[in-house]
Write a protein that binds this ligand. Sequence first.
Ligand SMILES: NC(=O)c1ccc[n+]([C@@H]2O[C@H](COP(=O)([O-])OP(=O)(O)OC[C@H]3O[C@@H](n4cnc5c(N)ncnc54)[C@H](O)[C@@H]3O)[C@@H](O)[C@H]2O)c1
Ligand SMILES: O=P(O)(O)OC[C@@H](O)[C@@H](O)[C@H](O)[C@H](O)CO
Length: 512
Amino acid sequence: MADLPAPGNALPRLARSRLPVPGIKRPPRAPEAGIVHLGLGNFHRAHQAVYTADALRHAEGPWGIRGVATGRGRSGPHPVIEGMSQQDELYTVLTLSQGSGPAAQVPGVHHRGLVAAHQTPEVIEAIASDITRIVSLTVTEKGYSLTADGSSLDLDDPAVRADLAGRGDPMTAIGLLVRGLQHRMRGQAAPVTLLSCDNLMDNGGRLRALLDAFIGALPAPERTDLQAYLAASVSTPSTMVDRIVPATTDEHRALAARCFGVRDTVPVVAEPYRLWVLEDDFRASRPAWEEAGAVFTSDVAPYELMKLRLLNGAHSLLAYFGLLRGLARMDQAVADASVGAAVRAAMTDEILPTLTLPEGVNGPAYVAELLRRFANPALGHRTAQVGSDGSLKIPVRWAGAIEENLAAGRVPTVLALGVAAYIKVVTGGPDAYDEAALGVVADPAAARLRKLAARAGGPAEAARILIESGGLLPEQVAGNAEFTSLVAEYATALGTPSGIEAALREVPRTAR
Ligand SMILES: NC(=O)c1ccc[n+]([C@@H]2O[C@H](COP(=O)([O-])OP(=O)(O)OC[C@H]3O[C@@H](n4cnc5c(N)ncnc54)[C@H](O)[C@@H]3O)[C@@H](O)[C@H]2O)c1
Ligand SMILES: O=P(O)(O)OC[C@@H](O)[C@@H](O)[C@H](O)[C@H](O)CO
């Protein structure tokens, strides 16, 4: 992590004893950690942690958070864990609005964090602790060890196989959870709630199915004991989580220094809007998150579907169209006349008709509000960040809407152009978009998809192959000749540098 540019380096580091400062209150001390959170990334720190800090102001409870940095492939100190440990486990949440300066909050709910890759036994112990009532997750789509089509646990993944065999410390989030629950069961600790806060449809049900699949593949005595324990003592409610939280940059660190006189190496930035809708199925107690504005309901599905298809679906369209148009930031993409019009058309004509909205939500008003949120220039949200991991996001964000349009006899033209744009970005190499200026669009399936595309004689054939064998879209979509032909047509059109502009101008008018 790069250090702060001057004059920030001259400032004293954020610490409990240095608060309050004008604009930032000193938080109360974090209470006992009843929550273990896997995936101490930016989103958790700007969403669940803020709801928890706000809830604690209304009702006390043992709701400190033990954050765990998950995932592998990193050696040495973890920047967030290290940064927070040098700041009394504190960090700043900068709320960035269009047209006004930032507001700041220090949630102050975290205890000393753990790095799963180096401190696995401590993580298992924390999950198993009788004090722990909730284990929450934001481990990204990649963290769930899903098969390429996203339908089930990838039992061919070497990390999953090693975790199942119990060879060494568990490496996957699912393996960690199961081993933690096993210890919990043996220690006869209180029931516990596992709370997925990732952008996955039916995230609670999905997490449960993955745990069931993992446990189902264990040998008999372990398997049956854990199955009984899960049924009796573990709940996995679904949640819809919403707040745009971009990756932190040096500019954000400098902004914190300039506006609040705080040298914080690990701040997070977020939009003012936030929403959290949770299925009210907690096996043990929980923070009074409703006091902080969270909504508890018996059915989260309409909220999840609305958010994933409209917000995240539109986000991914903006990202790929923006990248091909040479636009680095999401606000630039939505402000671009041709990109903005196409994405608005997709939201209104292709996605909204596939949704049964939650009671009281007005579709057009929700779309208008999303477009306003995307347009916030203060966030600096990068198209390359939102466009990354598309092979895991497209099945969640676009596939259902495409499938339902086709089933209703409509061909969703903007979503078809979106698929062609994604294929160009992920398989096109340096010619597809200006990587040096816009940033790297990472994707775990990139090598596999490029290999498939390399077999083709041109972009149209590559698009057909990727739709048929890439695992991005369900069979019913891949088998729809009209849709596949349209994506192939767009793939050809995107072959020239001005292709995207012409296609975007055309696409909202060509609804079929
Ligand atoms: N950032 C947002 O605007 C936002 C909004 C709503 C929901 N979310 C959800 O939160 C997730 C995380 O977003 P973020 O902004 O915190 O990202 P981030 O990059 O700041 O953090 C990602 C976290 O996931 C962990 N992770 C990554 N790959 C993993 C793997 N293979 N196994 C286990 N853990 C892994 C990392 O250790 C890190 O803690 C998103 O993928 C999304 O599902 C994000
Ligand atoms: O966080 P990702 O990378 O899964 O997705 C990028 C954005 O679409 C997403 O984070 C949104 O900002 C968020 O879902 C808004 O609530």
